[in-house]
Design a protein. Sequence first.
Length: 462
Amino acid sequence: MRAAPTILHLDMDAFFAAAEQASKPSLRGKPVVVGGLGPRGVVATASYEARRFGVHSAMPMGQARRLAPNAAYLVPRFSFYRSISEQVMELLGRLSPLVEPLSLDEAFVDLEAGGAAHDSASARTAGERLRVDILATTGLTGSVGLAGSKMIAKIASEEAKPDGLVLIEPGTERELLAPRSVRILPGVGPATGEHLRRAGMSTVSDLAEAGEDELVRLLGRAHGASLYRMARGFDDRPVVAERDAKSVSVEDTFDVDLHDRVRIRVEVERLAERCVGRLRASGHSGRTIVLKVRRFDFSTLTRSETLRGPTDDPVVVREAAGRLLEAVDTTGGVRLLGVGVSGLADYTQEDLFAQAEAEAEVAAASVEAGAGVAAVPADPGADVPSSAGEGGADEPAVRHWAPGHDVRHAVYGAGWVQGSGVGRVTVRFEEPGSKPGRVRTFAVDDPELEPGEALPLVEGGT
């Protein structure tokens, strides 16, 4: 814990959706949802306008459509978001050599290490200057939290949303945390939160009053002791510069060999939960689940399963580890168990993008079969060139145009796909700095229409 609020946490506001609104003038001030558009799609990010209808990240897309049927539903443009993220991270790097990215749109910064701040006044100045620089460079807003620890700085940035700055003075942490839900603490997900609730602990003050011994009994030595410290406002985790993590794992060695197969399965599930906690804390997701078993004779076996896409879902990891255990002979006893996740994705959001890409392929097949539906309603006055009506639904589409993706027309210039189906694609022609543009419809195989590149949100930007 620090005596001055020199740890900064930046969280961009509704990043993916805000980037789409900034690049598409016709969507500004309107509900926008980014994610997988297929029947099993999930929401990656919802704009604040969409959140007013109850739409939120990780929600099934079908549910989001029911809540906000008139929102614009777009597939993610990962390379575009990454280019903006690189601009933001460069600004953070000017403040300090210690920048710890958690995802494309979120990072911790040690202001003291960079000489950017040494007390409350200088920290606030650095934070306000950062917000101004981000807006000028990217055209987007970010919220900043300042505190003496990473945990409290992250809480502060959440309170600052949207487009604000909150500074929490060191020494006030326990008072701030006491009435909050236990879910506000790092490492307390739905499962742990429900476990604590059943034990009569729903607020952070309940944890502090329960004591370390009780939390260790409920959650295990490492997790219980860590949670007790955080409940009392203590968090001495340093800001760690970005590094190339290859795997995340946990393991336990038992004083007495385990023979009961049910007990072994329970321990594997518990390790899977802890592993996912570490995975999420590092801002990663992973594709390969690894089980490690050291048997009574010290022979060590490892088994692995590679998933279709990266995940940080505790249920997925737990079930995969359970399947791996079924293939291991534990006769004679087990002295050590471990669960790990490798094949890490740099950013947890890639979890959603991988799914979105798979669903885009399914959507493309549907469009080619003549079953496509526009994701964003086209304007009633949209122009339909005569070429779009030749063949129409009688001919299969030869190209797929994903809603939200950039295109360029030989005559009309830059635009983006509003929707496609039945052999046609609807495009709105506008650019980040323009007024809302006009909508036109073309045949999906129009030779004058080609995929385009994302345009910078700010003139002169990359």
